[in-house]
Every structure is written in C-alpha cells, then in structure tokens.
Design a protein around this ligand. Structure first.
Ligand SMILES: Cc1cc2nc3c(=O)[nH]c(=O)nc-3n(C[C@H](O)[C@H](O)[C@H](O)COP(=O)(O)O)c2cc1C
Ligand code: SF4
Length: 702
C-alpha cells in the first residue's frame, strides 16, 4: 500500500475510472508544429507526465478554428480531420503509462496570439493586457496601445458552435477519454459567460440565461456528435475578481446548469485576463486559497469537481480530498517543475519533490510571452528532449565549480550524476547565492523551496563543497575544467558628495538572519538601516529590497532610470507588485500584509548626496530632492573578473549564469544544467565552451 490513500483512491468520471485523484490541468506548451499538428515534443512532454503517475492528463488549449484563434503561436489545433493521426499518437503516448486523457478545446477570441489583429469576441472592445501571451505585441519602443477585438456575428457564433463540436468529435476519434471546454481565464467561452465582457444585447448576451447559451449549445452539439456517454468537462473561473465580473454566487448557478446539461466533470479555476494574479498565481499566493470554491460548489452538484491553483504538497492535497473539500486536485505548473510528483508522493519520497515556486519566469515570461515553447525555471528538462537520454560521461573529468548559486549547483548536480568528480567553491558560508535573499522578501518564501531542494540533492550526491573558500589560480590549475558561476553583485557608482556607508549594497541588507533553516550556518548579519530609505535600481533586486524594507516599516522610495518600474520583472509579478506598492488590492490578496506603500520615481537617477539629502535628476537634468537616511544600491552587474583571469592564464573555463549577464533563475539553472548534461573529457574546448557531438573526422584532427 502506498502513501496518501485519499489521493490515490480511484474515481469514476462519466463512463471511465481514473486510477487516482490527481489531474494534470490543461497547460498550453506551445510546442506543436507551426500548423498546430502534434509534435514529438508534445508527445514526449505529456508521456513524461503520464509516467509520473497522474490519474488524468488534460492536454492544453487546442483550437477548434486555427485561422481565427490560437492562444499561443504554437498551440495545438483540431479544426480538420488531418489532425486526428497526430492526436491519436498523443493519446497513445499517454495511455501507455496508465493515465486517462482529455483534450481541452479553447478558442481565445479576443486573446489570440494568432491572428494578431482583427480578433473576435462577444462585442467590440479594446483590451490592454501585456501579461497575456495572446495580447499586446510589445515592440521595444512602443507605447502600450491595446488591441481591438470585434463583435462576432450570429452566423459566426453558430459556425463556432459547430467547429467546437466537430473538434470534440476529432478528439474522440483520436482515442481520448474525454473532451474539456475552456470556459475560464477570459477566453472566448468565458467572454460569452462573463457579465464583465459580454455586452451583447441579442440572445447571446445580457441575462444569465443568454450568456450561458453559447457554452450550453456547444455541449449539446458535442453530445449529439459524440454520443451522450462521451464525457464532457468544462473549466470555468469561479471568481473573476473584477467589478462587474462573475463571482461565487453566480458560479454556483453555473455549476447546476452544467450538471443538468450532462457535464461529467467540473474543473474550477479563477480569474479573467484583466486579473492575472488569480489565474497565473505568482509567488504571493498561498496553497489552498481557492479551496472555498470547490467546497461551495460540491454542495450543489453530484458530479465530480476538481480544484486547482498553487497546490504543491501531497499532504495538503490528500487532506482536502479526505475532508470532502474537492474530489480531485488539479496540478499544472507543479507537473512542469516535477512530473514525478505523484509517484514520489505515493512512494513517500516527498523531500525529493522539486516544488514549483510559482515564479512564472520559465513557463511564462521566457516562453509563452516570448513566443517560444515551454520551459521551467527549476526543471531544465521541460521542453528539452535531450534530458530523456542522460548518459554517463565517457571520460570523467575533475571539475571545479566556483560559485555555489543556482547555476553552479545545477552544473555540479548533473555533472556528478554523469560520473564526473566535482568540487564546489563558495566564498560565503552556505550554498544558495542570490536567491537566499528571497527568504526576507514578503511572499517569496517559495524560492527557498528550490534552494532547499537543490542543496539536498548536492548533499545526497556527496558533491564536495568548500565553503568560505575563494580558490586561487594555482589551486584551480589542478582541475580539467573550471566553471565560473560567480553570479552578479551590486556596485556603487560615482555620486557627487558621496560619503562612506551612506550607500549600501543590497546584499548587506536582505541577508536572512533566521536560524530556522537546516542549511543555515549562522553567520548572516543584515545591516540595519534608518527610517527613510532610497532603493536605487530596478529588476528583482530592487523590488525585493523595497518590499522587504517596506514590510519592516521603512519609508521607501525606489529610484529607477527606466520609464516604468519593474519592466524586466516577470509581468504577472510586476502587475501584482505595482498594485501592492500603490496600496491597492491585488485580486484575492486583500489581506493587509500584502499592502506595502512604496513610492517610485521613474526616469531618474541619483546625481548627488549631501547629508540626508539625495539629489535625483531625470533624463533632461531636471533636479529634485529626497530626504533619506540610507540609500541601497540594487544596480547589478556580472562578476566576470575570475573568468577573464583564468582564461588569460590559459585554463579551460566556462562562464555560466549571471556572471555572463544578469537575468533570472531560469537562465542560471538552464545554463548550469546544459553544462552538466553535455560535458565530457573527450570533447574539444573551443575557447568558450566544450563542444559535444563533433564528428569522428573532425576529432581525428585534434
Ligand atoms: C504555461 C502555462 C500554460 C497554461 N495553459 C493553460 C491552458 O491551456 N488551459 C487552461 O485552462 N489553463 C492554462 N494555464 C493555467 C493553469 O492550468 C493553472 O490554472 C494555473 O497555472 C494555476 O495552477 P498551478 O499553480 O497548478 O499552475 C496555463 C498556465 C501556464 C503557466
Ligand atoms: S517556471 Fe517557475 S512557475 Fe513555471 S513551472 Fe517552473 S517553477 Fe513553476
């Protein structure tokens, strides 16, 4: 008998039984071929999730009409019979490992990435939502214009009902056990259902009955084309978190209506695209914040209900099922971060679970928003099929990794797994690097989950770690290769009237002093600052420092040269952060501790300091003054000094992560992992990298 018996209890949905209560929520991985047909990566990705042991895999947004609406540039399409063979290979790839499967049909309507313009919706509207993959096309110098969407004609609506139900028939032909309709997150079906977006005055708009006509007509047509026993699920947002939008009260009526219409499984979600915090929960959201929704809806329906959002712990998921708060738990990003979550839970290997930290950098900012395929900040294997065939090194090497942050640790982890001998040199007293400061930032404790996971792996693999140790050149010469993963640090530029100690590097301010962590060495001493603090810079360093200082009651002003603060930060985090700094409520985060007043001076830089006066100047040298007791520098640049020194001394050295250029966790992990995945003693060093897969003919010349 495995662990977590409630989670692993079978469940009947319509005409089939799933082996457990864990459901992979639909996740668009934008990895299909350009025409929307199933790719090898689509099959590999979903098969990995099935191998990990989920009960049901729901494949993400698949368009019933690729020409008028795809939510991301490489999302799946099912608008023609020629897509059936690819979809059949996908369902086979999932069934092979014992999971049941479904496809989510979704038309993005106004939120289409394809086409870019002339998108259709319930009514004419202009929308501005730069955090959505389908919305704004942001050119480097463009103002946020918004995009125009147009009202669908009655003929187009009737035609779309037909297209949805035809697509469902194709899904059934391809061997899937169920079809799901996407009625959440402000996409086309949600645009009809929501009183906020649907301003039509004909029979498809206005009253509750009229707004529900479009999804109910689709369900009816699917039943007619696929038979009444082919299970249909619908996903919809219980709360849209916007004035004039749907909330729990109406969502209870929606649930009753769907049950009457023959829906087999209700999949509850949150948000409309205007309120992305609640739908693409950034780090600030706590596990269980959506549980009220299924608790309420389960009281009025008999069909199974799945709840989702920020579910990460098997213990918690098992408990809410035992307590009858939901019938199933839905995981999306958690199965990107670790597709083996179910089997690890079942076998009691909970500490091995690599938890999703809700950062949205890999799976949203650097993939969907950048119009690329899926990735994950903590799991480099997502979207990269090379990780399926990790091989032991043919010629193991002695590797020195300088810097114990994410890039260095990931390089060490994979190199060790492949049989290399690795030593990590870390100049401070513990492993973790830049992400350690996140323990101090309100709502960002999830970063520590990753830090703890990778430190645990390094420990388990018995990688040699030399703390408080900055290796000299002579010492490093003993190794076959040196990895420079020295990260980035803040610097203090020349400022008129600068005096010692008035400007502090942010690293001295947000070092967590709490001795509650198993890896804590006890030597962190954060600097105490005065009442009024100017935080100088942008990006996460400035955002985190400002949030931390505001949370401990400091009067904080951010000074940034950028036109808008935080434009490089992952957009959903930026959106919620700006609301918090403005002291307005971000959706579903109305609790007091989430509001920290932080003033922001954009388009400005610090020009001079004089006692407690800080002179700032804008781009046209217009000056202004701020009163401050301290300034914290969050201006960050790569630490590439050692790399240059080792290179000029003739060592084989590879530079990775923030010491190349300052980016985010996703790039640090990806570059570290790629090194570990490929490095081998029989490779050629091209002066920058070790090159794998060089032909035998070329190798013979070295
Ligand atoms: C990259 C990405 C793609 C997503 N694609 C879909 C989708 O196709 N359909 C859908 O209903 N939700 C989609 N979502 C939302 C997730 O299913 C889920 O509701 C959300 O990420 C919060 O739950 P989680 O914390 O389990 O990830 C997507 C989310 C992400 C991050
Ligand atoms: S990129 Fe971040 S939010 Fe997305 S799945 Fe990975 S850890 Fe989770």
């Amino acid at each position: 008998m495995g662990n977590f018996p409630n989670l692993f209890k079978p469940i009947t949905i319509g005409n089939f039984e799933a082996q457990n209560r864990i459901l992979h929520e639909p996740t668009d991985i934008s990895s299909s071929h350009a025409d929307g047909s199933v790719s090898t990566l689509d099959i590999h990705h979903h098969a990995e999730i099935a191998k990990g042991g989920v009960g049901i895999v729901i494949v993400g947004a698949t368009s019933p009409d690729g020409e008028t609406g795809r939510p991301t540039v490489n999302s799946l399409v099912a608008d023609n019979d020629r897509y059936i063979p690819g979809l059949a290979r996908l369902s086979d790839g999932i069934h092979r490992y014992g999971a049941k499967c479904a496809v989510q049909l979704m038309h993005p309507g106004r939120q289409a990435a394809i086409p870019r313009y002339n998108t259709m919706s319930t009514n004419d509207m202009i929308i501005k939502v730069p955090w959505s993959a389908g919305h704004e096309v942001i050119y480097a110098t463009a103002e946020e214009q918004g995009k125009r969407a147009r009202a669908m004609t009655i003929e187009e609506i009737i035609d779309m009902i037909d297209k949805f139900s035809d697509a469902a028939w194709r899904v059934q032909q391809a061997g899937f056990d169920m079809v799901q309709l996407h009625g959440a997150h402000g996409y086309l079906i949600a645009q009809f259902m929501s009183p906020y977006t649907n301003r039509r005055t004909d029979r498809f708009g206005g009253s509750f009955e009229n707004r529900m006509r479009f999804p109910l007509a689709i369900i009816d047509q699917i039943h007619k084309k696929c038979g009444y026993d082919f299970p249909v699920s619908i996903r919809y947002s219980v709360d849209e978190w916007i004035e004039g939008g749907r909330s729990l009260e109406e969502s209870i009526e929606v649930a009753k209506l769907f049950e009457q219409a023959g829906v087999a499984l209700l999949d509850l979600s949150q948000c409309i695209t205007e309120t992305p915090g609640a739908g693409f929960d950034p780090m600030y959201y706590e596990q269980g914040w959506t549980m009220y929704a299924s608790e309420a809806i389960k009281k009025v329906v008999k069909i199974p209900v799945v709840n989702s959002h920020t579910l990460r712990d098997p213990e918690y998921c098992d408990r809410v099922i035992a307590e009858g708060k939901t019938d199933m738990v839905g995981l999306s990003r958690q199965l990107l971060a670790d597709p083996y979550w179910p089997v690890k839970a079942y076998s009691g290997k909970v500490k091995e679970i690599r938890k999703c930290i809700s950062c949205l950098t890999g799976c949203w900012q650097d993939s969907m928003l950048a119009k690329k395929h899926i990735a994950c900040a903590v799991n480099p294997a997502v979207g990269d099929m090379r990780y399926e065939h990790i091989k032991t090194a043919e010629k193991p090497m002695n590797i020195a990794v300088v810097g114990g942050g994410p890039a260095g640790m990931e390089a060490a982890r994979l190199s060790t797994i492949r049989g290399h001998r690795v030593v990590i040199f870390e100049k401070t007293g513990e492993l973790g690097g830049a992400i350690l400061g996140c323990c101090m930032t309100p709502g960002k404790i999830k970063m520590k989950w990753y830090t703890d996971w990778i430190r645990f792996q390094i420990d388990k693999l018995k990688v040699e770690v030399k703390l408080n140790h900055e290796p000299a050149l002579e010492e490093l010469k003993k190794y076959d290769v040196v990895v420079n993963a020295t990260g980035a640090s803040s610097y203090i530029p020349e400022v008129v009237g600068m005096k010692k100690g008035f400007i502090s590097p942010f690293e001295e301010v947000i070092a967590c002093p709490k001795a509650t962590c198993e890896f804590y060495p006890g030597d962190r001493k954060p600097k105490k600052l005065g009442e009024r603090v100017v935080v100088w810079g942008d990006h996460f360093a400035a955002a985190d420092t400002a949030a931390y200082l505001a949370s401990i009651g400091r009067d904080v002003t951010i000074v940034t040269e950028n036109g808008q603060f935080g434009s490089g930060i992952e957009p959903v985090h930026m959106y919620v952060l700006r609301k918090r700094f403005d002291q307005t409520d971000a959706e579903a985060l109305s609790s007091k501790p989430f509001k920290y007043p932080v003033k922001v001076r954009t388009g400005s830089s610090i020009y001079a300091v004089d006692k407690s006066r800080v002179v700032i100047a804008d781009g046209s040298f217009n000056k202004d003054e701020l009163e401050a007791d301290d300034i914290v520098s969050c201006l960050v640049r790569p630490n590439d000094g050692l790399y240059k020194k080792l290179k000029s001394a003739g060592l084989k050295v590879v530079n990775l992560g923030d010491s190349v250029s300052v980016r985010n966790l996703h790039y640090a992990v990806k570059e570290g992992a790629n090194f570990g995945l490929t490095i081998d003693g029989n490779q050629i060093y091209n002066g920058n990298r070790f090159v794998d897969e060089v032909s035998l003919e070329v190798q013979s010349q070295f």
